[in-house]
Design a binder for this molecule. Sequence first.
Ligand code: UTP
Length: 292
Amino acid sequence: MKRVRKAIIPAAGLGTRMLPISAAVCKEMLPIVDLPAMYYLVKEAVDSGITDILIITGRGKGIMEDFFDHSPEYEAALAAKGKCEELKMLQEIANIANISFLRQRETKGLGHAVGRAKSFVGDEPFVVLYGDDIIFSKTPVCRQLIDAYEKYGKSVVGVKGVPIEWIRKYSSLKVDAIEGEDSLYTCTDMIEKPKPGEEFSNLSILGRVLLTPEIFDIIDSLEPGAGGEYQLTDAMKKVAREDGILALEFEGDRYDLGSKIGFLKANIVKGLEHPETKDELREYIKALAEEL
Ligand code: UTP
């Protein structure tokens, strides 16, 4: 079995739910306290053992390339002032992994975005981290997926039980229990954005999948699906129906950074952990809560 060492992060979407800011600043670079959302995705991949990352970008998203590059002016200024901690952080970001960037050119859906990565992936298994889903967990979620893959040798989708309103916007999976497993299922069918009555279960794919390269031939033959886009779920459905796919109910709290409320919640959670903000923020939230 080949080691999983490559990741794709599709981040070319228009981010219409985050307008008007997303018209000028890509949502993947909006800050969670003092680090952009994209940093958390790259860090999760690296902490899971991934060494090579391809970020799928679009027009107006060049700021991501700048962030993961060296910043000679800042590095020189920080060195001159003896600000070693800050300097170390910037250098760590610039050296975090082998990161490359590829433009999707047309935003035709997540399936289309992943399809652009065929030559980057070659003949290896790979993970996909959806560019606006941040997950805070004890064990990085990509690692949780890789562990399941290494045990059973099949593609894995990360899932959670979600409220019905979410299922209509995301996906719904048909699953069977696996003997001896608590949070791992065999998925035999799935549907993207089901209409009322079409749902299989309340399990939905949330932001992380591990796929084998066979998916690219399926993506190449996709027809537009829900919303007129080429849906990755439609490609994974074919694998699920023919071969079975694993569905892992992962451990971790997920925040949809493509939505205003998800963005605010993630900032509160990380603000309550950050040494520079945690005490004052806690007091502020307490005082505010009394007025609510
Ligand atoms: P979303 O559907 O959540 O992102 O796709 P979006 O299209 O930007 O969102 P809205 O609905 O307009 O607000 C999930 C991930 O897939 C990427 C997005 O950037 C996001 O990170 N994506 C989506 C692409 O890379 N290309 C696409 O054509 C569509």
